[in-house]
Design a protein around this ligand. Structure first.
Ligand SMILES: *Cc1c(COP(=O)(O)O)cnc(C)c1O
Length: 818
């Protein structure tokens, strides 16, 4: 697939240097001798961009002309990570660019380091969207990703006395070379007002008379495929006031009032909601959702669709994939456009809509299933509420026809719930409207069918399906782990980066002692590289000979960082009580990375506890340096790319039945870390593929969790019945990690003992036992490396290319363009 660089300004070293200097002089307005780090980064990024530009323009043209079925991916989040290295790799320009910069006396590493990562997502869901658009471009499938250009992405985390402090993430202050604003293609987006019904030559029609509107300005970003000459588009919307500034009011002296409407409108794309798994019932959040979805749908009709397109054929032309419920308001918006603007009748519009949308559910936590109060929806989007009511009426009629007047069933299935207040269940709306509904791992999809939406599964046989998540091997293997990538290519040749199942061919290499040695030295080099990064970033390093035990993901009780803390405290307690000699402990460094939602008090307390345990354990001479707890702040994609390739052990320890899929688990396995994990989410599939011998399973299964919950979970029984657990909890409760103050972590202790929904104590003993097996296994380094290689060799299934193929075959029925 490798693309020979076509003649173009940057496809030779000389050409690259000339184009770089040209960009520096003419775009940045500085000579090389006076260029700042940011100037150099910009000029360099622009040079890469210029190289991709011809391909982008060509792809845009071809997609417009071909009018083949395209995928519009609607996602409120894209956690992109840094762009420079990825785009360089996609262009195939890495070595030319490196040489060219060396000729200019510039270290390309400094350029990479100058980029601020756009953190336009919270965690897994946003990163998934970024992996998916990478795969679609690499597969040559026409796609536009639509989302929001938040002025402030996910907050920057720092710690003060071990506690999380949130700083605004002003990723745009230095500008971004990767975005192309198109104010001339702005779309107005309306809100509020009322509806009118009128007679249109015998047909009853409706129209919406909104009260106010804002402008949605598109910013385009390139999404280059991997060395295939293809470039798709990510289009993120930014909000601007329609009349930004009232000169009359300004002249009258009220300066604040003169910009009031501007401030109000521009709030819509100001910040990403720093939430994960739980919706915040905020009016602004609904405004954000409608804002980007309405602009995207209008953009599709105005700019993607040929003017004379027969709307009856829309299902052959587009599929809108809803990444969770955030864009579901797009369903009534699409209906509104077809009914009120395109003048289709209801049945026709609804038949089209039901084929043009598909919905991905990302959760199992009931509190994370988004609902909007009818009161708020009616105020903000009155026409949409009418449409939702009619969709629901017709849906419930159909349910009644099929199952009779079963009031209970009707109430359970209604898109409108009545308690605690009248509201719209967005997941139900998406399920009724979507051609397909998918979960994100086998277990999750099964639970979705059987437990979360069983009535819908019965009513719509065949609508529910599974697409197991994936990750892009370009970013998470090739870029993050060049040492491993080279080793793989040496062993099995090229081609695996776009056909990841080929990693299977490494199974034979696992039996080769020389390969194992080379694999182990790559891991060791990755640890050294991580140390360089951590030393500069945070002032600490991982000691030689330590197993690197990593738990990085959002901080949430269901993910159970507390279980990890209890393991650490158990080991620490066994040393200081003298029951175990420090010298008998397998040296480990525990690394945490996690942001807590600012309003999530328990999660923030757990962060505080992790840091507190770290400062006590790390400084206690009795431990003899054999246990270290490190918590580099501000976990993001850039840090993930450094940490994961260096990890020995991957912690995937959620309560079974709570983690929909996980994608962090896949990144670790593909980088040769062994997993300690529960039978949850995609862990189930990872274990099945890599084999029981190469995975440390522990904990209750999902049916066992349900059974214990039904019997009545009494955490105090586990506490009473397990001496080592009791000692660990008592040590935390004693104030040993809070300078003797028992009150600081008391809420955590009493939560664990009295009302922990996530059953940490129930899985404690099997977790500790599994960790003992980990220690024993790690003692045989060669056997560990063997298992690590098999993890890599057998995890090719988790490429997001495979996820995309599944979506294409089972949901989208789209084709690559030529
Ligand atoms: C992959 C990734 C996640 C998702 O991790 P999980 O362990 O699946 O929750 C979150 N944040 C970042 C920065 C990631 O790269």
């Amino acid at each position: 697939m490798a693309l020979a660089p076509v003649a173009g300004p940057a496809s030779t070293v000389d050409g690259f240097v000339r184009q770089f200097l040209r960009n520096l002089n003419y775009e940045r307005g500085v000579p090389l001798s006076a260029a700042s780090a940011n100037d150099r980064y910009f000029a360099f990024a622009m040079t890469v961009r210029d190289y991709l530009m011809a391909r982008w323009l060509e792809d845009l043209r071809r997609q417009r002309v071909a009018q083949v079925k395209g995928v519009c991916y609607l996602s409120a989040e894209y956690l992109l990570g840094r762009q420079l290295d990825n785009n360089l790799l996609a262009s195939g320009l890495t070595s030319i660019a490196t040489t060219a910069m060396a000729e200019c006396g510039i270290d390309i590493e400094d350029l990479r380091a100058a980029e601020v990562e756009p953190g336009l997502g919270n965690g897994g869901l946003g990163r998934l969207a970024a992996c998916f658009i990478d795969s679609l471009a690499t597969m040559g499938v026409p796609n536009i990703g639509y989302g929001i250009r938040y002025e402030y992405g996910i907050f920057r985390q720092t710690f003060q006395d071990g506690q999380q402090i949130e700083q605004p993430d002003s990723w745009l202050t230095m500008g971004s070379p990767w975005e192309f604003p198109h104010p001339e293609a702005a779309q107005p987006v309306s809100f509020g007002g009322y509806t009118e019904h009128y007679d249109d030559e015998g047909t009853e029609r409706s129209r919406w008379i909104p009260a106010w509107n804002v402008l949605a300005i598109p910013y385009n970003y390139m999404v280059p495929g991997y060395q295939n000459g293809r470039v798709n588009t990510l289009r993120l919307w930014s909000a601007e006031a329609t009349n930004r500034f009232d000169l009359r009011v300004f002249n009258a002296g009220d300066y604040a009032e003169a910009v009031r409407s501007q401030t109000f409108a521009e709030n819509i794309s100001k910040v990403l909601y720093p939430e994960d798994s739980t919706p915040q019932g905020k009016e602004l959040r609904l405004q954000q959702q409608y804002f980007f979805v309405a602009a995207s749908i209008k953009d599709f009709f105005d700019h993607q669709l040929a003017p004379d397109f027969d709307l009856a054929n829309l299902p052959d032309r587009v599929i809108f994939q809803l990444n969770d419920t955030h864009p579901v308001i797009g369903v009534p918006e699409f209906m509104r456009v077809l009914l009120d603007e395109k003048k289709l009748d209801w049945d026709e519009a609804w038949a089209i809509t039901q084929q043009c949308f598909a919905y991905t559910c990302h959760t199992l936590l009931p509190e994370a299933l988004e609902v909007w109060s009818v009161d708020l929806l009616g105020r903000l989007l009155p026409r949409h509420l009418e449409i939702i009511y009619r969709i629901n009426d017709e849906f419930l009629d159909a349910v009644r026809e099929r199952f009779g007047d079963d009031e209970m069933r009707l109430r359970n299935m209604s898109i409108i719930s009545e308690f605690p207040e009248r509201s719209v269940r967005m997941a139900f709306l998406a399920t009724v409207a979507g051609a397909k509904v998918n979960g994100v791992a086998e277990l999750h999809s099964q639970l979705l069918r059987d437990k979360v939406l069983p009535d819908f599964n019965e009513f719509y046989p065949g609508k529910f399906t599974n697409v197991t998540n994936g990750i892009t091997p370009r970013r998470f293997i090739r870029l993050a782990n060049p040492g491993l990538s080279d080793l793989i290519t040496e062993a099995i040749g090229t081609g695996w980066l776009t056909d990841l199942e080929r990693l299977r061919e490494l199974e034979a290499s696992a039996e080769d002692p020389l390969f194992r040695e080379a694999f182990a030295s790559v891991k060791a080099a990755n640890k050294r590289h991580l140390n360089d990064v951590l030393l500069v970033r945070d002032g600490f390093t991982v000691s030689d000979g330590h197993m690197l035990d990593v738990m990085v993901k959002r901080l949430h009780e269901y993910k159970r960082q507390m279980l990890k803390v209890l393991h650490i405290v158990t080991q620490y307690e066994s040393i200081i009580s003298g029951r175990v000699a420090a010298s008998d402990i397998q040296p480990r460094t525990f690394i945490f990375g996690a942001k807590a939602a600012p309003g999530y008090a328990m999660a923030k307390r757990i962060i505080h506890l992790i840091n507190a345990v770290g400062s006590v354990v790390n400084d206690d001479p009795r431990v003899e340096g054999r246990l270290k707890v490190l918590f580099p702040p501000n976990y993001n994609v850039t840090l993930a790319e450094r940490l994961i390739p260096a990890a020995d052990l991957s912690e995937q320890i959620s309560l079974a039945g709570k983690e929909a899929s996980g994608t962090g688990n896949m990144k670790f396995a593909l980088n040769g870390a062994l997993t300690i994990g529960t039978d949850d989410g995609a862990n189930v599939e990872i274990r099945r593929l890599v084999g029981d011998d190469n995975f440390f399973l522990f904990g209750m299964s999902e049916p066992e969790v349900e059974a214990l919950w039904a019997r009545g979970y009494k955490p105090a029984d586990f506490y009473q019945g397990d001496e080592s657990l009791r000692r660990a909890i008592d040590l935390i409760a004693s104030g040993a990690f809070s300078g003797g103050d028992k009150s600081v972590f008391e809420p955590i202790v009493s939560n664990l003992l009295y009302d922990d929904r996530f059953m940490v104590l129930a899985d404690y003993s099997t977790y500790i036992a599994a960790q003992e097996k980990v220690d024993a296994a790690y003692a045989d380094q060669d056997a560990w490396t063997h298992a690590a290689i098999l993890n890599v060799a057998r995890s090719g299934f988790f490429s997001s290319d495979r996820s995309m193929r599944d979506y294409i075959d089972r949901i989208w029925h789209a084709q690559p363009l030529r």
